[in-house]
Write a protein that binds this ligand. Structure first.
Ligand SMILES: Cc1cc2nc3c(=O)[nH]c(=O)nc-3n(C[C@H](O)[C@H](O)[C@H](O)COP(=O)(O)O)c2cc1C
Length: 188
């Protein structure tokens, strides 16, 4: 048994983006995270996902472009607009996981579940390297105008934005499900 993996999985937690700071993963670590992210179950090897790595100045640029789209679609208070304009810049690195399900014998739901597995692999890989991470979604994930800004094709959407950085304090545990309410045991 790989008890360090079991220990890590038992204790891992997401870290809120607002508690993240520099540094993020370096280029080698990022390459490892993306490699691990790609090692997910994937029915019929369709690879129905891809990545947008948002770092450096692109965080601010893309946030501003998306804020512009959002402000055209809905009324935003000045504070909301200001927050949107720096959205991705809250962490050193954001990996947008793009789900790209196609018409295929493999149902779209299965393809999207594979993209979800990619998101959690990123969470786990980043956490195992000692980084803080959180899976975040939002209005831009399935908004057609936002999808254009992000360079997505018509059939693609954002399965998750994985924010990654460092944090000074580890988060405390949160309430976890009561297994007796979740599991039906069938033994004979
Ligand atoms: C698909 C998906 C979308 C999520 N979107 C958000 C979000 O937009 N904002 C947020 O605060 N948490 C969001 N969460 C929850 C966090 O990623 C995370 O589950 C929570 O902070 C506690 O996770 P932990 O059990 O890994 O510590 C989302 C989770 C999933 C699975």
């Amino acid at each position: 048994m790989n008890s360090s993996v079991i220990d890590f999985m038992h204790n891992r937690r997401s870290v809120l983006v607002k508690n993240m700071s520099e540094p993020g993963p370096n280029a080698d670590e990022l390459n490892t995270i993306l490699t691990i992210a790609s090692r997910v179950p994937d029915h019929r090897k369709l690879e129905p996902w891809r990545f947008l790595v948002i770092q450096g100045d692109a965080r601010q640029r893309l946030s501003e472009e998306l804020a512009e789209v959002k402000s055209q679609q809905m009324d935003l208070e000045p504070e909301q607009l200001a927050a949107e304009k720096t959205c991705f810049a809250r962490a050193p690195l954001v990996i947008a996981v793009i789900a790209a399900p196609i018409e295929h014998k493999t149902p779209k739901n299965e393809q999207i579940l594979s993209a979800g597995a990619v998101c959690q692999h990123i969470n786990i890989a980043a956490g195992a390297m000692g980084y803080a991470s959180q899976w975040v979604t939002g209005w831009s994930c399935e908004n057609p105008d936002a999808q254009k800004v992000l360079g997505l094709a018509g059939h693609e959407f954002i399965a998750g934005y994985l924010y990654i950085g460092s944090c000074d304090e580890q988060p405390t545990e949160r309430k976890r499900p009561d297994l007796s309410e979740k599991v039906v045991w069938l033994n004979d």
